[in-house]
Design a protein. Structure first.
Length: 509
């Protein structure tokens, strides 16, 4: 057991990288944060520069130490945990430490042709029994195939054993532990479960899927649990000698930080997208309703806990779109003020299928639609339809979860930037017919990773400490009558049907 009780979490997210130091009570001591560039080389392509990410992580760690009171250094940390945007693929040369291409981000749709070819006559669910996921552009494996097929010389180097691949947890860990100079190449079970390459039962890479995707096994990291000492920070770094002892994909980390430890407990994180995860215990529940089966967490040698997941690609990013592309609002918060200027949605429904629809539809041929328009409709109604879209999409995946698990949700724990929107939170409770509950510490993603690391080194004794530290901040009770919410939801479902089948040979993107 470490004498220190401070734990740092590094949260390598889609828009920024952060470092947060937590104390023993799970309270934030200090934070460092840097955004990185979103690179859009073509319609549908989204990339990040892995070197920028690594620079930003180091800078964020320095900022967190500099901002801490008392003045903390690596000597005061018991452990570091890593949490990360999931699925995003990095391929790098282990001899030089240089990425061979930019990171291909989870939202990127360039692998559609690879995915279609893999699906062939067997269909998109070809690997679902093994890895829990349908073939879709969202996941890591085909992104690596694309890099090996399209970057000159990459396949030869990979076959020679010079290239490594990983999600951003592995990229950050490898660099934190020395890079070309002895870097440790590891990922955890939750991140591995998003690649399409891992067998959910054995928690090992599946050789035949790797062969189908033409990914040499020598590129893959070792799969470890979510909470154990993987390595120590490299000698010359700011975290020299500190045990790196927790890794969880960001949505799983939020589930852990929200103390969803019992079967049937669920959380929804409202950020760029929305991700609902329901703990299904040690059972692997196969979805019949368009959800993903994924690893929720594995603490050391304890049994693996699984989850059902409903991934929604566009939520807060629709608010950003109103701000940046339409100029309807100046800040994300303004969407609420605008929406509160009208009584209801005026009959409009906005289905933000900007990159197709993720769960529970998995329709890459869908595109966005704003339906029900009349001359009565004004900006307020569009703002309202924007906010409501997130609540309806969440209801769709929660309905699917109830059907798959047989568990009726009794409340939904929430976190993420969009939970600042009171109108959305109230409307969500109304639509679900159950209370929506936000914790006092909204940084549940980073907190979950800190807990995983701290548990491995004995700062916290286990799940009970996480439960004890969790405190309710705000609760929204469902108010609306059943008839109204059902009528709205029926209209939403009708609106969804209008977006399907849009992309065909005539409409290319
Ligand atoms: N008051 C608000 N109302 C609606 N959306 C909001 C509000 N505040 C932030 N957002 C949205 O939340 C997202 C940011 O949340 P965050 O949890 O930081 O996301 P991520 O971790 O995905 O980067 C942005 O897409 C933003 O548009
Ligand atoms: O980095 P975030 O918070 O946008 O989360 C991204 C998810 O992990 C994608 O699956």
């Amino acid at each position: 057991m470490s004498e220190n009780t401070y734990v740092m979490a590094i949260d390598q997210g889609t828009t920024s990288s952060r470092a947060i130091i937590f104390d023993h009570a799970g309270q934030i001591v200090s934070t460092g944060q840097l955004e990185h560039e979103q690179i859009f080389p073509r319609a549908g392509w989204v990339e990040h520069d892995p070197m920028e990410i690594w620079r930003n992580v180091r800078q964020a760690v320095a900022q967190a130490f500099a901002a801490s009171t008392p003045d903390l250094t690596s000597k005061d940390l018991a452990a570091v945990g890593i949490t990360n945007q999931r699925e995003t693929a990095v391929v790098w040369d282990k001899t030089t430490g240089e990425p061979v291409y930019n990171a291909i981000v989870w939202q990127d749709t360039r692998t559609q042709a690879i995915v279609d070819e893999l699906a062939g006559d067997e269909g998109a669910d070809r690997y679902k029994d093994v890895c829990g996921l349908p073939l879709a552009t969202y996941f890591t494996g085909p992104k690596v195939t694309w890099i090996l097929d399209n970057v000159e010389g990459a396949r030869e180097k990979a076959e020679k054993g010079d290239l490594l691949m990983g999600t951003t947890d592995s990229w950050v860990l490898w660099n934190m532990t020395g890079g070309p100079d002895g870097g440790v190449h590891v990922t955890d079970v939750t991140n591995a479960s998003r690649t399409m390459l891992m067998d959910l039962r054995t928690l090992e890479w599946d050789e035949s899927i790797c062969a189908d995707m033409r990914i040499p096994m020598s590129m893959l990291p070792r799969i470890a649990s979510s909470s154990e000492e993987y390595a120590e920070g490299r000698e010359q770094g700011l975290l020299a000698g500190v045990p790196i002892a927790g890794i969880l994909g960001d949505q799983q980390a939020a589930t852990f930080g929200q103390a969803c430890f019992e079967k049937g407990m669920a959380k929804n994180t409202y950020g760029t997208g929305c991700f609902v995860l329901m703990n299904t215990g040690t059972e692997i529940v196969k979805s019949e309703n368009g959800l993903l089966t994924t690893v929720c967490y594995k603490i050391g040698d304890a049994d693996t806990v699984y989850a059902l997941e409903g991934s929604i690609a566009v939520a807060g990013s629709l608010v950003q779109w109103l701000r940046d592309n339409l100029g309807l609002i100046k800040s994300a918060e303004e969407v609420e003020t605008l929406a509160k200027g009208v009584d209801d949605n005026g009959g409009t429904y906005f289905v933000p299928a900007f990159s197709g629809l993720f769960a529970p539809h998995w329709r890459s041929d869908a595109r966005g639609a704003l339906v029900g328009m009349t001359r009565f409709v004004n900006k307020g109604h569009i703002a309202r339809a924007t906010i409501e879209a997130t609540a309806y999409q969440t209801r769709e995946v929660i309905d699917a979860m109830n059907a798959d698990s047989g568990v009726d949700l009794t409340e939904l724990k929430v976190d993420g930037g969009m939970t600042a929107n009171e109108l959305l939170m109230q409307f969500q409770a109304d639509q679900l017919g159950v209370p929506v509950v936000r914790p006092q510490i909204a940084e549940t993603t980073a907190l979950g990773a800190a807990y995983a690391a701290g548990i491995a080194v004995g700062v916290w004794s286990g799940e009970q400490d996480v439960i004890d530290n969790w405190a309710e901040g705000r609760r929204w009770e469902p108010a609306e009558g059943d008839d109204e919410r059902e009528r709205q939801y029926r209209n939403w479902k009708k609106a969804v049907t209008k977006t399907l089948d849009w992309v065909d040979d005539d409409v290319l993107v």
